[in-house]
Design a protein around this ligand. Structure first.
Ligand SMILES: Cc1ncc(COP(=O)(O)O)c(C=O)c1O
Length: 395
């Protein structure tokens, strides 16, 4: 029975990262994966995480299952982190959530709920979007439509195109939006543009589904959530999938949440009951370790302060790298790379062709996706000159 199954190709991003690891060129530069890396090229553990983890290990007396909805303090902490404690939807009691295995789990549970509520729902995704959105949501049975988003010529958002395409989204449809730090392009909506999307959702009746995996890595925790907070204040219902992988560095601990804003308190509670049945079908109970750590950090003033200040430093470093990279690339190539400084978060399309990205890999051991998406956080003082001169050579 099983022997008929053929070997499948590796995930393109993970496959490239493996190729970069195997490359023995001491000058190699790996800009493939979407993980934060510090100046030493290490994906670090936050000090607050180390502290919270030590305290938890000392206190832990049981490995019994978590309740299916997850760690209570984590769920409320995440609602407040994403929406802010005084958000009108929270004050009205219309917000509920379940812990999920990472942002991916949060997206999957959100998709299950959308499918239960509207099996024929079309999910509108940006062109381009994070490729994993398609299998994560599509395997639930949802179908997709695409809206124009990134415009290579201007290196920015084609907002007129986006609006024109979303004019066709109707009641029962869902529009998937990146909360901040768009993956893969780094081009985000302005607050005025979020406002337009809110007005369209209100008038046309479509529901936003916001994926926020990089809160705190664009402009800051509050600024990065402003767009989705605006939607949640204006619209009767929406779903948010949130991740602690990047902003708390809890990647492998699979820590995330699905947050529901319902029309009423009762509806918000009903959505959690639906989410628990959906989770039971897929993985039963969420993993404990990351959510216990995150819940502790979010609920403790000193740990919270330590985490926030380290996150501010990370965000500052990424934005500083954007400036240095722009300067180095412009000096090496004589071309305009001002767009790198305008984008948010870890990603940018350098605007190279697939052939140029492949040449960078083969001739210079500089690894980026064929789309020329780079992880800006993979740049550091040791590799930036080499990177800029390699890019200039293939241009
Ligand atoms: C756009 C986007 N959404 C969601 C996720 C989910 O991440 P995780 O499941 O690791 O929390 C990622 C991770 O790379 C992402 O880039």
């Amino acid at each position: 029975m099983l022997e008929q199954l053929e070997r499948l190709p590796a995930d393109p991003i993970l496959g490239l990262a493996a190729a970069a690891r195997a490359d023995d060129n001491p000058d190699k530069v790996d800009l493939t994966l979407g993980i934060y890396m510090n100046e030493e090229g290490v994906c670090p553990v936050f000090r607050a995480v180390t502290e919270a983890q030590a305290a938890l290990a000392a206190e832990e007396v049981s490995k019994a299952y978590l309740p299916p909805e997850g760690v209570a303090g984590f769920n409320t902490g995440m609602q407040e982190l994403v929406l802010s404690a005084d958000h009108p939807a929270l004050v009205d009691g219309r917000v509920s959530s379940v812990q999920a295995p990472g942002g991916c789990g949060g997206l999957r549970i959100g998709a299950e709920i959308i499918h239960a509520a509207s099996p024929g729902a079309r999910v509108w995704v940006s062109d381009p979007t994070w490729p994993v959105h398609l299998p994560l949501l599509g395997s639930v049975g949802l179908s997709f439509e695409t809206y124009r988003y990134y415009e290579p010529a201007s290196h920015g958002v084609n907002f007129d195109g986006m609006v024109e395409d979303l004019r066709q989204a109707r009641s029962g449809d869902v529009v998937l939006l990146h909360g901040c730090c768009h993956n893969p392009c780094g081009a985000d909506l302005s607050l005025a543009q979020w406002q337009v999307i809110a007005e369209m959702a209100e008038a046309q009746g479509f529901m936003p589904f916001v994926d926020i995996a990089y809160q705190g890595l664009g402009d800051g925790l509050e600024q990065d959530a402003a767009g989705l907070r605006l939607l949640a204040a204006r619209l009767p219902e929406m779903i948010v999938a949130a991740s602690c992988s990047k902003n708390m560095g809890l990647y492998r601990e699979r820590t995330g949440a699905t947050i529901f804003i319902g029309r009423t308190r009762d509806n918000a509670e009903a959505l959690v009951s639906q989410a628990l049945v959906a989770a039971r079908r897929v993985y039963s109970m969420p993993p404990a370790h990351g959510a216990l750590i995150a819940g502790r950090i979010l609920g403790d003033a000193a740990l919270g302060e330590s985490w926030r200040s380290e996150l501010v430093d990370m965000c500052g470093r990424i934005n500083g790298l954007r400036t240095s990279l722009r300067e180095k690339l412009e000096a090496a190539s004589g071309r305009d790379f001002a767009f790198i400084e305008k984008e948010k978060g870890m990603f940018s399309f350098l605007g190279l062709s697939a052939e140029q990205a492949i040449r960078l890999r083969e001739e210079h051991s500089v690894y980026m996706l064929n789309s020329s998406r780079i992880n800006v956080a993979g740049v550091n003082a040791r590799n930036i000159d080499y990177l800029a001169s390699a890019v200039a050579k293939v241009l």
